[in-house]
Design a protein. Structure first.
Length: 307
């Protein structure tokens, strides 16, 4: 392979990841026009179109996806070689790419990220927020965060913090107009604000504990969003009953802006886990990230339901 193609392939991988020349250029420290020309040159050398470009979006063609899947193995191997060089330094260094949901970013990472940066100034943390599950190797990520119940068997998983409760809630105005549900089944007659996990169809499950077992309710959405902040604001405005992690709405519940709904049925889930591909070599930058956040999140049990 001509050596000049390697940086062009790496540039194409970043554009495909972001689906944007502007965001990829910002990450790589080049201009969008220069990055576009680099990818066009690569397409010319390969004799295929890797990207579909419109004025509104950038998409990867079918052959582009196949090419990226094959090339990613080599790019990952190069990244590991760079990690090995980083290991020889006195201090951890390099870009640490983490895939996580916005919930994990808000609850686990952001409250302590500033202190992490002060402790390890040579580590650049890239947070890719996405509610969908991502293949870490194909996406070029060092690690990701998910609930323990959602993890595959072929990854190494480290718990960060303690268990979490899934809360349901609504405004006093909504409950005054529509009544208070007494059992999870009553939700079928209520409007609900739901989280979209991906761009196609998946909504976050509404789980409850009833008679010692976990049950799932098919919520009827009156509002759908992929952003937890919007969902909670919608519940404050009375659009319906919301459902999300208790920590996110605890300030609203304590202040009375939102009221707990079906609290006796709120289920408890295991801790968020930081997971990474099963391999012998773990980059030093990832090891210090894991140790740092485990120390900051001591496992504590969730609150008991109110009688």
């Amino acid at each position: 392979m001509p050596p000049e193609l390697l940086p062009a392939i790496s540039a194409f991988a970043r554009v495909a990841h972001h689906e944007s020349f502007t965001r990829a250029a910002r990450e790589l420290g080049v201009s969008p026009s220069a990055l576009s020309q680099t990818v066009r040159t690569l397409e010319g050398r390969l004799g295929v179109r890797l990207l579909d470009r419109t004025t509104r979006r950038v998409g990867v063609t079918e052959i582009g996806r196949r090419f990226l899947a094959e090339a990613q193995t080599g790019l990952t191997a190069i990244a590991r070689a760079v990690d090995a060089v980083d290991e020889s330094r006195e201090a951890p260094a390099g870009v640490l790419r983490i895939n996580l949901s916005r919930v994990v970013a808000d609850l686990v990472v952001m409250p302590h990220l500033g202190q992490f940066m002060d402790t390890y100034p040579d580590v650049v943390v890239e947070l890719h927020c996405d509610n969908r599950f991502k293949d870490l190797i194909a996406g070029g990520f060092d690690a990701g965060f998910r609930l323990g119940e959602s993890l595959a068997n072929d990854v190494v998983a480290v718990p960060i913090g303690g268990p979490h409760r899934l809360a349901s809630f609504a405004s006093a105005a909504y409950l005054a107009r529509h009544g208070v549900p007494r059992t999870p089944a009553d939700l079928l007659a209520h409007r609900c604000a739901c989280i979209r996990l991906d761009q196609e169809r998946s909504l976050m499950r509404w789980d409850f504990e009833q008679d010692g077992r976990l049950i799932e309710v098919e919520a009827t959405p009156s509002m759908i969003s992929n952003d937890a902040d919007l969902l909670i604001e919608g519940a404050r405005q009375g659009v319906g009953i919301g459902c999300h992690f208790e920590e996110l709405v605890r300030p609203d519940l304590d202040s009375g802006r939102l009221l707990p709904v079906l609290e006796a049925f709120w289920p408890t889930f295991s801790a968020f886990h930081l997971y990474y591909p099963s391999r012998v070599h773990v980059p030093r930058k990832l090891r210090v990230f894991i140790d740092f956040f485990r120390e900051r999140h001591v496992s504590t049990p969730p609150r008991n339901p109110r009688p």
